[in-house]
Design a protein around this ligand. Structure first.
Ligand code: BG6
Length: 478
């Protein structure tokens, strides 16, 4: 393990627009699909919707001051497409555009490097209504339009750009991350066609970033969970190989090598899932890969798989909706792998296995396979926190989780991985994608509940003070 992190290592945290900003319909912003999806989640499970969340839109100065107090040198956030271009394309919204100029100026005034995600699940509803979002090839050009707009707007202020957040999650949970029709949901090819459009959109945005922004550093943030075999049975080991190719390398290969993974393409063909590729598409994906500078690694957990049960049909993994621990429904990919619990790992109340070694594993895999720098763009502990009467929040579980994962990053660096920075999830408490406000990730406690928005007052958790010391000692004091 390295005793000290490299000079210039970026320490910060991450958020996304719809999960922290609130002000969902304010100052000219129109709805994104996440505004609608989270209303549905609210109606079904009682979790908060996306209308207020952490109210960062109104608290951004205070939030940046808290980041500065922790000593952040980077902050990963996303731009809300529907805030800057309410109709998806066409006329910009001046107040929305100004908000991000103000936020970036505030960050820069504290020496914090902005790392900007172009799209973090929140497609403008206008595009969903117009042609079904990722359903149509038109999205590729519209994504480029949006990318070029924000690149030109913020080119003098932002160097680090991430095009898409967690493309593999969008593909695997296509109906939870997007508003799609029942027919599309039951069309098994739909998600892979959408994935192809995302690859094209990503490539166009990456090329545009290199064209427009001097010294641009471009990447995409991917969910990177290593898949372990459940046993030394060669059939389980083959299943793990297949899962890693299907869930990880299929996305990384497209971004970094500009190619589709051969074994995954054969698998899609065999399963009748192959998507349409038009002339010129593969060339575009290749050119996009030449503009890929670093991979954003989002890491929360590892996964475990065994050989698939013959004849089993596809089953998506189900998030734990109760927050009371226990078994979460694991994933089945027919004729490829079947998810199973890993008896060697403890899990959070939300059934996320805790595995710092998995982070070292995936970082070293990525480096050995692609030799590309990485930036940790998410990593964190989602759990219940209690605000004490004196305003303190004791979260030793979060400190323990983060400490172990930072150590794992240190080991990966010692083994040759170039890690640009660490941006855990999340700077402040915000709306979880699956468990509302109840499941908290932040260094800063935001005083509200799923039912009661209160004033969203900020409180420093114990992890705030701990992380401040980690940053001050460049990772020496963990
Ligand atoms: C990542 C997403 O998948 O995980 C974030 O990029 C998300 O948007 C985070 O919030 C944690 O997941 P959850 O479901 O606990 O919010």
């Amino acid at each position: 393990m390295v005793r000290e992190f490299p000079e210039g290592f970026m320490w910060g945290a991450a958020t996304s627009a719809y999960q922290c900003e609130g002000a969902a319909l304010e100052d000219g912003k129109r709805e994104s699909q996440q505004d609608v999806i989270n209303r549905e989640i609210h109606d079904e499970y009682g979790y908060a919707d996306a209308s207020v969340t952490a109210d960062h839109y109104h608290h951004y100065k205070e939030d940046v001051a808290l980041m500065a107090e922790m000593g952040f040198t980077s902050y990963r956030f996303s731009i809300s497409w529907a805030r800057v271009l309410p109709d998806g394309t066409g006329e910009p919204n001046p107040a929305g555009v100004r908000f991000y100029h103000d936020l970036i100026a505030e960050l820069r005034s504290h020496g914090i490097e902005p790392v900007v995600t172009m799209w973090h699940y929140d497609l403008p509803m206008a595009l969903v209504e117009r042609y079904g979002g990722w359903r149509s090839r038109q999205i590729v050009d519209d994504f480029e339009y949006y990318a070029r707009f924000i690149l030109n707007e913020y080119k003098d202020e932002v160097r680090y750009w991430l095009t898409i957040n967690e493309q593999s999650i969008v593909v695997n949970y296509i109906d939870r991350k997007n508003l799609i029709s029942k027919a599309d949901y039951f069309n098994p090819r739909f998600r892979y066609q959408a994935n192809h459009y995302m690859n094209l959109a990503h490539a166009k945005a990456a090329i545009a970033a290199h064209e427009i922004v001097e010294g641009a550093q471009v990447g995409a943030a991917l969910d990177c969970a290593p898949y372990y075999p459940a046993s030394s049975d060669p059939a389980d080991i083959l299943a793990a190989r297949g899962a890693n190719a299907f869930k990880n390398y299929f996305y990384m290969d497209a971004y970094i090598k500009g190619e589709y993974t051969p074994s995954v393409m054969r698998y899609l063909e065999r399963q009748g899932l192959m998507f349409d590729i038009e002339p010129g598409d593969l060339d575009l994906i290749k050119r996009g890969s030449e503009c890929f500078d670093f991979l954003g690694v989002n890491y929360y957990q590892s996964a475990c798989v065994k050989a698939p049960t013959p004849g089993a049909s596809r089953r998506p993994k189900d998030n734990n909706k109760t927050g009371k621990g226990g078994h979460a429904v694991s994933e089945i990919q027919p004729d490829l792998f079947e998810g199973t619990d890993n008896p060697h790992l403890e899990s959070t109340d939300f059934s996320m296995p805790i595995d710092p070694n998995g982070l070292e594993f995936i970082l070293e895999e990525i480096n050995d396979r692609y030799g590309i720098p990485v930036m940790i763009c998410e990593n964190g502990f989602g759990g219940y926190d209690t605000l004490e009467k004196d305003g303190s929040v004791h979260d030793p579980y979060r400190i323990e989780y983060l400490r172990a994962h930072i150590k794992a990053i240190g080991r990966a660096i010692a083994n040759g991985v170039t890690v640009l920075g660490y941006n855990p999830w999340s700077a402040m408490d915000l709306l979880s994608t699956s468990n509302g406000i109840a499941k908290r990730y932040g260094f800063v406690y935001v005083d509200r509940t799923d039912d009661d928005e209160r004033e969203c007052k900020r409180y420093r958790k114990d992890s705030f003070w701990w992380y401040r010391n980690v940053i001050a000692t460049n990772g020496k004091n963990l």
